[in-house]
Design a protein around this ligand. Structure first.
Ligand code: A2R
Length: 320
């Protein structure tokens, strides 16, 4: 029996390439561009394994396409509603990364509050012996009130870890979640007024775009700390840079940016920012698990079984 043709547009984690190559007829091109495919190839492609933006024209130009398996839990780079309307299944890789992202979030929060990367630079530079002890940090985790924006799979893991730090935990989502003792706020502004530390772990959607704005940052206050591990699009970066420059808030810890991999340079020059290059899920263990889930979705689909992790917008599409 001939294997289904699965396209990998753009670069992807090597583990995924090996697995796609083993299980399918693999086709690789440099990006999501129809000009890179012959007419025959376009009509043969049944599945996509990708980690990049797929324009709607690209999806429309593949007449036999049945399924897109995306690498990552956030799938804002694919118009899933459009895919669903065109009978194309979209899958993401939830759950398997939640704990890793939550672990990294705590690390980033501590880096931001306790200036650990700068303290490490101090010893590496020879400043400890040359200039003396690293300064006492003005910020601490002690007595903080933390608001989690998004109490989904990852947000809940972050909250669980924060419980161990003895801090007060609040959250904001569109719908109140049952079974949690954390304080619920029906609006983001209400939560920002009640907390001094805001962790964003909502998806990048039209509703969340630039929702962390000047008003929210002001509400956090001068002791305020903003941590973003969700999507860069959720923060209004102009407002954030201004709030950090003017000390409207005390500090920020950022793993995600509007322009990746080339974020605004202000984030590197500001003294009160701790940055990471979008590494929250980036361990071999977790990336392998994400890659396996991505390819397992394709394997299930092409053996007539339901995919493991369809996104809600396409969950209605029946298995062939
Ligand atoms: O709003 P709800 O009740 O659906 O709760 C979801 C919340 N959320 C929002 N909260 C406030 N305003 C919004 N416009 C809004 N949209 C969504 O975000 C839910 O509590 C949370 C998302 O949770 P999950 O779908 O379980 O996603 P997961 O696995 O926690 O990942 C979150 C995001 C990904 O989409 C990537 O962008 C990033 O983390 O890696």
């Amino acid at each position: 029996m001939t294997k289904p043709v699965v396209l990998i547009p753009g670069s992807i984690y090597e583990h995924v390439v090996k697995r796609v190559d083993a299980d399918f007829e693999m086709l690789r091109i440099d990006g999501a561009d129809l000009k890179l495919l012959s007419d025959a190839q376009r009509s043969q492609i049944k599945g996509i394994a990708s980690a990049i933006h797929l324009p709607n024209d690209f999806i429309r130009g593949l007449p036999s396409l049945e399924i897109i398996a995306h690498f990552g839990v956030g799938y804002d780079v694919i118009d899933a509603k459009f895919a669903g309307e065109n009978n194309v299944m979209v899958c993401n890789t939830p759950d398997v990364l939640s704990e890793e992202v939550a672990d990294t979030t705590i690390g980033l929060l501590l880096n931001t509050l306790r200036e650990l990367p700068k303290a490490e630079a101090h010893i590496r530079n020879g400043d400890w012996v040359g200039k003396g002890n690293y300064r006492l940090t003005p910020l601490t985790m002690r007595n903080r009130t933390v608001g989690i924006y998004g109490l989904g799979r990852i947000g809940q893991e972050i909250a669980k870890r924060l419980e161990g730090f003895g801090v007060e935990i609040h959250y904001h989502t569109r719908t109140e979640k049952s079974g949690f003792s954390y304080k619920y706020h029906s609006t983001l502004l209400d939560m920002a007024n009640a907390v001094d530390t805001l962790i964003s772990i909502v998806p990048g959607t039209s509703a969340t775009t630039k929702s962390i704005n000047a008003e929210i940052l002001k509400a956090l206050g001068s002791d305020g700390v903003f941590i973003n591990v969700g999507r860069g699009s959720v923060a209004d970066e102009d407002a954030l840079i201004e709030a950090l420059q003017n000390k409207t808030i005390a500090a920020a810890g950022l793993d995600v940016f509007e322009n990746e991999p080339d974020p605004r340079k202000d984030f590197f020059t500001l003294d009160n920012v701790s940055v990471l290059p979008h590494v929250a899920s980036a361990s071999v263990h977790t990336r392998n698990a994400m890659g396996d889930l991505q390819v397992d979705n394709l394997v299930n689909w092409f053996s007539g079984k339901a995919p493991i992790s369809p996104v809600p917008e396409t969950a209605h599409i029946a298995t062939k």
